[in-house]
Structure formats: C-alpha cells, structure tokens
Design a binder for this molecule. Structure first.
Ligand SMILES: Nc1ncnc2c1ncn2[C@@H]1O[C@H](COP(=O)(O)OP(=O)(O)OP(=O)(O)O)[C@@H](O)[C@H]1O
Ligand SMILES: [Mg+2]
Length: 332
C-alpha cells in the first residue's frame, strides 16, 4: 500500500519568496526631474512639552506647565516633504482651515520646498493632533478635525485638472479626513492622461480607488479589506483576486518588521526589513510611498522603486518622529 499521506503542494513562505533586486545608484539629476503631485489630507502634528509638579484640585489629573511647543507637517504634507528630501519636485493639493494651525501649516510648507496648492475652507478646523508630553512620556493626545465643505472640494478637483499635466506621478494620501472625497474621479482623470497613480488607502471601501496603478496598504489596512490570511499562498490568492476586481496594477504590502511585499502580474517579490536600529516607526509608510512615487516619476522600474523604498524605510525608522531621508543617506 502506498502511504496515505496527502500530497500537498509545497507552501511558500516569506523566507523563500523571490527577493526584490539590489538597489542601483540613481543620478541626482534624474530624481530632480521627477515631479510628484500629492493630494490628500494634511495635518499638523503639535507637541507640547512641560513639567508636572502637582495634581489638579479640580480632578485627579496631572497639571502640565507647558514650556515648549513643536510643530511638524503631518499626513499628506509629510509625504510631500519626503519626496522633496529625496531631491524631487513635489506639489501638494489639500484643504486647510482659516485658523492658527492652518497658518502654521502654510508657514511650514513655505519653508519645506513643497509647492503648496492650498484650498482654504473658513468653516473647517484644520486637522491637528496635539500631544502633551512630560519627561518623554505622552500624557494625552487631543485631535481636532472635521470634513471640508463640498464647494471647497470641488474647487480642489478643478485645480487637480490644471495641475495634472505638470506632474509625472499622482500620489493620493488618504487619512480619511474627507480631502479625497473625489478620489475615484482623480484616478480616472490621471490614468486617462497616462500618469501613474499611487494610493495610500484608509478604510474598508477600496472601490473608490478602482484603477489605481499601485496601492500601498499596511497589514491592518489590507486585512480590513481581504480578511485574515492563513499563509503566504493564501495572501497571494486574496491579493490576486482583489487586484483583478479593482484593477490595481500592483499592490505593495508594507509589513513593518517583516519588510514589504510587491504583488503584480509578474509575481510576488519580497524585500526583508532593512533597519539597523528602530527608534520610531511612525511615518515610515509615508516615506515608502513617497520613494516609490519619486522613482516612478524618474522613469525607474517599479521593482527598483520598491528596493529604494525599502532602503529608505530602513533608514527613517532609525530617526525620531515623522522624519525624512535625503539623497545622500539613500545612496551613501
Ligand atoms: N519595526 C520595524 N522594523 C524594521 N523595519 C520597519 C519596522 N517598522 C516599519 N519598518 C519599515 O517601514 C516600512 C513601512 O512600515 P509599516 O508597514 O509599519 O507602514 P505603516 O503602518 O503605513 O506606517 P505609518 O502609517 O506609521 O507611516 C516597512 O515596510 C519596513 O520596511
Ligand atoms: Mg500608513
């Protein structure tokens, strides 16, 4: 009698997946010609630092005496900043309010080298995430946000049409704050104009991203849409089905400490995480999508863009806060 062991196809896993190519040095001038238009939700990351010496008489909570404030560009603005740091040209189309955080974003963008195309909505509180810290410890985060008005978003769509011919790649950075209400139309227009469209998604309705060239979810974001996968083969099957349904040329799954995996019609490529030391992983996803977009805008193949993005992510997680990687660091 032959053995009754079931004959199963060999299971693939991350360790045996095909590897992304080694990175090649790209001339500075080549990246400098890359023109990326970032559209999406901007926010201000604000930090208040202070001492705590007593408990409030009003409620059992610490009283922070604020001594210092630090402001940083967040969301789509951080993505645009990452593209500029690599030496590319970046435009940013987004909505901000007519308030103090809005002015702060205008000022920081002015210093950043990003070409800002801002729609102002007087009724909108600019999205701001305020962290209160004492002795390196976060005590509280306070979020202010709302959805921009309809007319303002339509004005943004008209501006998008005008900006499209001046850019090589369109990058849609969705943080679910309403800035990408017209995302489906933007993708259709950009693809009709022959541009690559990259999407950093949010939420479970990906039908709105139909037709995008490359979509870059993290593990939780992908799980929300395709469910939990049981193996690498299962993951590949779920992603293939999704890509077919929604007509994505490629899906780049960022997997934190596991690196990133690219799914296309040519197959699956994996890039293991490249970090030497990990201090702060926030914003690594922004660096990844910005690097891929800059690479495509410079005319590099997608797999080379992924290899560069993996190197850039490995560098940025070694820095504090939402940071950027510049040309010299990437190609040292
Ligand atoms: N803990 C880690 N160790 C090594 N590399 C990491 C780690 N976390 C992130 N990275 C690198 O950064 C890339 C993007 O990280 P991740 O998958 O966490 O994206 P993300 O969740 O979108 O990040 P964020 O939304 O905070 O910007 C990973 O593909 C990997 O290359
Ligand atoms: Mg992310």
């Amino acid at each position: 009698m032959p053995s009754s062991q079931p004959t199963q196809p060999p299971q693939s896993d991350i360790a045996t997946a095909a590897r992304a190519p080694a990175i090649e040095r790209v001339p500075r001038e080549k990246l400098a010609r890359s023109r990326v238009l970032v559209v999406g939700d901007v926010m201000l990351d604000r930090y208040w630092f202070g001492d705590v010496n007593r408990i409030s008489p009003e409620a059992p909570v610490p009283v922070v005496h604020v001594q210092r404030q630090e402001d940083r560009l967040g969301g789509a603005a951080n993505v645009a900043r990452n593209a500029v740091a690599l030496g590319a040209q970046a435009g940013l189309l987004c909505v901000v309010g007519h308030d103090e955080p809005g002015e702060c974003i205008v000022k920081l963008l002015g210093e950043s080298g990003v070409n800002a195309f801002l729609e102002r909505d007087p009724a909108l509180p600019t999205t701001i995430k305020l962290r209160v810290l004492s002795r390196q410890q976060q005590l509280l985060r306070v979020d202010f946000e709302n959805t921009p008005a309809h007319e303002v978003l339509l004005a943004g769509l008209a501006r998008f049409d005008a900006l499209l011919p001046e850019h090589d790649v369109i990058l849609l950075s969705d943080y679910a704050k309403g800035g990408l209400t017209h995302v489906t139309k933007m993708i259709a227009k950009a693809r009709a104009a022959g541009k690559s469209v990259l999407v950093d998604p949010k939420g479970d309705d990906w039908d709105r991203y139909r037709g995008a060239s490359v979509i870059t979810p993290n593990r939780a974001e992908l799980r929300e849409v395709v469910g939990t996968w049981k193996s690498e083969d299962d993951l590949r099957a779920r992603v293939t089905k999704l890509r077919k349904e929604l007509q994505f040329d490629a899906l780049l799954l960022t997997r934190s400490e596991e690196g990133m995996t690219l799914f296309t019609d040519d197959g699956v490529l994996h890039a293991p995480a490249d970090a030497r030391e990990v201090y702060d992983v926030s914003g690594a996803g922004d660096t990844v999508i910005a690097t891929v977009a800059v690479s495509l805008g410079a005319g590099l193949p997608l797999v080379q863009g992924v290899a560069l993005a993996n190197r850039a992510a490995g560098i940025v997680v070694g820095k504090l806060g939402t940071a950027t990687v510049d040309y010299d660091e990437l190609f040292h």
